[in-house]
Design a protein around this ligand. Structure first.
Ligand SMILES: [Zn+2]
Length: 505
């Protein structure tokens, strides 16, 4: 018996195919050594779900018909070595995340139907970048928790490991904050939304909802079991109109706000001259940090018009008292103040590249979206960066040239091949490339009212992104990726994913 070497996405760094297969059956066991058996439990779950076999976890090293999992602390995080012979499977990894990545490779070997078997081979693998992210905006539209879990499962399948959850927007505040209940009683609801085919006309339908803290905690745990960190984003000082609708005293005008119904950029931002704004943000961030244990808290920082600050007496007093030159420095002062607060609680601040304007907060990490220039500047200045340039990583842009036959999107053009061309360190001095933590695909949802539409825009572009972030640059080959994608798309279909078929004419 023989099987083809299946199409792996992302491609491992080193793969040597050998003759034969290892067949799994009802007697196959999983043995864990070098760590607690619990370390292999998520891996066993993945393989049980994919095969329908019992695959009991056993502590004793018995010969024959066994998947041996072993932790080897001298290996890099997320790295793994896999050896499959007709008699046994051995998976070695530096940590539990590595075991999980190796298990995802094993899972991709399993045939969609027929006898579950792995081809004999050896693999040495590990990621090129440690931040392999996917972002989802739930401010413009939101989706049920079971869809978010499905997205995390798909991320795990592709070895993506950061889920950037964009939780607040002008058009809706989506996370329950117990100390500030109006945020979800008022700020989670808007009176209408633009029509997808005509962004200047509103549909007149009330829209909204939010995630409870219990739902968010459950999602954090679901992600952790898949070695995915959720990075929450609470937008400030801009994209705050829904928060101002909930608590009008936090804006420069002090009254007259509604959750925004149109897309685009709002002039209504948090007042930088009012200390009550920082009391509010700090108490919100305390609740956020209690839910999300990850190192990074994303504070947005993008698209903050200075119109209100220029006319606001409180903001002008702040500029004078703090000796700031202008409103750009006021924004920088705002972000620094929030950074000190986050650092004081053991967290790191990350924000969109506008946080460079007026001077970057000392320890801030920059997420570069307006092309790569912001990320290059920040890395050159010794800051960590995550690259998510709209030239390669914006999955809300059109992916096919013939726009007329596509569902309405925000604009732009980022086809699959462009995503695959993404190189997070392009243009960065080799001495500074270690500051590039990785990259991320962004899914802004103005034109994605349904989870089906999110999937159509995300996959398979996120699969191409996953390979650019995992696989070493010299091995990246778009033609080869497309060949493997033919074998990979049925896996997505098997998960019920509404992907965009790149082979359709
Ligand atoms: Zn103000």
């Amino acid at each position: 018996m023989s099987v083809e070497t299946p199409a792996l996405v992302p491609q491992p760094q080193l793969l040597r195919r050998e003759a034969g297969v290892f067949v799994l059956d009802s007697g196959t066991r999983i043995n864990m050594s070098g760590g607690s058996p619990a370390a292999a439990a998520p891996c066993a779950d993945v393989l049980r779900a994919a095969t329908g076999l019992p695959l009991p976890l056993v502590q004793d090293e018995l010969p024959g018909n066994c998947l041996h999992m072993k932790l080897a602390p001298d290996m890099d995080s997320e790295g793994y070595q896999l050896r499959v012979t007709p008699e046994m499977v051995q998976l070695l990894a530096g940590d539990e995340a590595g075991l999980f990545c190796g298990t995802q490779t094993l899972r991709q070997f399993l045939p969609a139907e027929g006898m579950p078997a792995f081809p004999c081979l050896s693999i040495e693998d590990g990621p090129r970048f440690r931040w392999r992210g996917l972002h989802l905006d739930v401010g413009r539209h939101l989706y049920p928790p079971d869809f978010l879990r499905k997205t995390l499962d798909l991320m795990a399948l592709h070895k993506l490991n950061r889920f950037h959850w964009h939780l607040t927007e002008d058009q809706g505040w989506r996370l329950e904050i117990k100390g500030w209940p109006q945020l979800t009683e008022v700020g989670a609801w808007r009176a209408a939304s633009p029509l997808p085919a005509d962004r200047h006309t509103l549909d007149g339908r009330r829209y909204g909802s939010f995630y409870s803290q219990a739902e968010a905690r459950a999602l954090v745990n679901y992600a952790l079991e898949r070695h995915i960190t959720i990075v929450p984003e609470i937008e400030m000082p801009g994209h705050a109109q829904a928060a101002l609708a909930s608590y009008p005293h936090l804006g420069c005008l002090g009254e007259g706000y509604d959750a925004r119904c149109h897309w685009g950029i709002s002039d209504e931002v948090f007042c930088a001259g009012n200390d009550a704004v920082f009391d509010f943000l700090e108490s919100v961030l305390l609740e956020v940090m209690a839910i999300f244990p990850g190192e990074f808290i994303h504070i947005g920082g993008d698209e903050c018009p200075k119109t209100r600050w220029q006319a606001c007496p409180k903001c002008q007093v702040r500029i004078q008292r703090e000796g700031l030159r202008d409103e750009h420095e006021l924004q920088s002062w705002f972000i620094r103040r929030v950074e000190r607060f986050l650092n004081g609680h053991g967290r790191r601040l990350i924000g969109w590249d506008e946080i460079l304007e007026g001077g970057l907060a000392p320890g801030a990490t920059v997420m570069s979206w307006r092309g790569s220039a912001g990320g290059i500047a920040a890395a050159s200045a010794g800051h960590d960066v995550v690259m998510s340039p709209n030239t390669h990583c914006y999955f809300d842009y059109y992916q096919r040239e013939d726009r007329e036959s596509e569902p309405p999107a925000i604009g732009g053009y980022v086809p699959l091949e462009r995503v695959y061309d993404f190189d997070p360190v392009a243009g960065i001095d080799p001495a500074r490339q270690s500051h590039v933590l990785g990259g991320q695909g962004n899914v802004w949802t103005e034109y994605m009212p349904t989870s089906d539409q999110v999937e159509y825009m995300t996959w398979p572009r996120a699969a191409a992104l996953a390979e650019t972030l995992w696989t070493a640059a010299p091995m990246l080959d778009y033609g080869d990726f497309r060949l493997r994608l033919r074998g990979h798309l049925p896996r997505l279909a098997g998960q019920g994913v509404n992907y965009c078929d790149p082979f359709r004419c």
